[in-house]
Design a protein around this ligand. Structure first.
Ligand code: NAD
Ligand code: TYD
Length: 343
């Protein structure tokens, strides 16, 4: 397990995972394959340039030759983070999601079989289960019922991994985690977008009535869960990962404003996202009872650390914002904001 091909390791969770593994297992070697889409950023890997245990390759997980050449040189396991990940973009550009998330995963499965990789960990999402009502939580046995093109593409990839396990006895494992937050997250996702806008004194766009609920997990807890699954998980299994920190979006916005000492009138309600899932909640009993993992970081502490990270890394944010930075909201709704005062 000491030679890992990490795909999508220049993105948010992948880059945190690379640091986590190199820190915990100093003798491991990581090859990091990332296409560097708008969401991939080499600044997320700063400090690792001279680390002999980490090498970066810019490339596409759909490229069979390239993936084959990397595996031929030797990798015990693949951890697949590479994906198009933003629900709002998937509504506008579904084909990109099918290409990378479905066909890219298929290519990794094929190459992994060919080169007899010992394990492929498919990093998936609770969004494949769809939306919950006011109570209950997703278990690994909940029906797959994706509602966005993003979730549908991730669900499709999960089903391919499952089918390879059943049909070919392939050593695949799937994790399904809830919403992550923490350092290096691209500011099109809720928490970094709100922090970045609040710091700049810009409106904080809240979709619909602001009462949609997400189960927030600090990215380091997710990395620890992936470490546990990678080393102690069982082939062919699915593991749900969550932190039991369910919070409505409007409360997330209020807490961010409070921690930055900004006024609540920056909150701006905007048109809802089409097909917007109402609530996610994850039951991680299987991870806890079988692999001895549990989330350690409470939302208050994780948010404090995250706000502090964005405050102290303003140049990272500036560079990201100067590059491609167009939210779904900007594109679709332009000026059609409904301010708090108008409601
Ligand atoms: P991200 O968008 O920050 O990073 C994705 C990375 O994949 C980027 O570096 C991008 O350049 C790379 N990439 C995209 N297409 C590629 C391709 N064809 N070939 C190679 N690299 C490619 O995403 P993230 O939030 O870090 O999510 C990582 C994984 O975790 C995804 O698979 C996502 O579905 C899953 N996940 C995310 C969350 C979350 O809350 N962010 C929760 C659960 C699961
Ligand atoms: P997001 O970070 O896009 O993650 P996901 O849709 O995968 O859960 O959104 C988290 C929640 O925040 C979701 O309910 C949509 C909402 N949201 C807003 O209210 N405003 C925004 O500007 C964004 C990006 C999201």
């Amino acid at each position: 397990m000491s030679r890992i091909l990490v795909t999508g390791g220049a993105g948010f969770i992948g880059s945190n995972f690379v640091r986590f593994i190199l820190d915990r297992y100093p003798d491991y070697r990581i090859v990091n394959l990332d296409k560097l889409t708008y969401a991939g950023n080499l600044e997320n890997l700063s400090g690792l340039e001279k680390n002999p245990h980490h090498s970066f390759i810019q490339g596409d997980i759909c490229d069979a030759d390239l993936v084959g050449r990397i595996l031929e040189k030797g990798a015990d396991v693949i951890v697949n983070f590479a994906a198009e990940t933003h629900v709002d973009r998937s509504i506008l550009q579904s084909a990109d999601f099918v290409r990378t998330n479905v066909l890219g995963t298929l290519n990794l499965l094929e190459q992994a079989r060919k080169y007899k990789v010992a394990r492929l960990l498919q990093v998936s999402t609770d969004e494949v289960y769809g939306s919950l009502g006011p109570s209950g939580a997703f278990t690994e046995l909940s029906p797959i019922a994706p509602n966005s093109p993003y979730a549908a593409s991730k669900a499709s990839a999960d089903l391919l991994v499952r089918s390879y396990c059943k049909t070919h006895g392939f050593p695949g494992i799937i994790t399904r985690c809830s919403n992550n937050y923490g350092p290096y997250q691209f500011p099109e996702k809720l928490i970094p977008l709100l922090i970045s806008n609040a710091m700049a004194g810009l409106p904080l766009p809240i979709y619909g009535d602001g009462l949609n609920v997400r189960d927030w997990i600090y990215v380091r807890d997710h990395c620890a869960a992936l470490d546990a699954v990678l080393h102690r998980g069982r082939d062919g299994e699915v593991y749900n990962v969550g932190a039991k920190q369910e919070i409505p979006n409007i409360q997330v916005a209020r807490r961010i404003l409070e921690s930055l000492g900004k006024d609540e009138n920056l909150i701006t309600y905007v048109e809802d996202r089409p097909g917007h899932d109402r609530r996610y909640a994850i039951d991680s009993t299987k991870m806890e009872s079988q692999l001895g993992w549990h989330a350690e970081i409470l939302f208050e502490a994780g948010l404090r650390a995250t706000v502090e990270w964005y405050r102290s890394n303003s140049s990272w944010m500036e560079h990201v914002r100067n590059g491609e930075y167009l939210t779904y909201y900007d594109r679709m709704y332009g000026q059609r904001q409904r301010t708090l005062a108008e409601r």
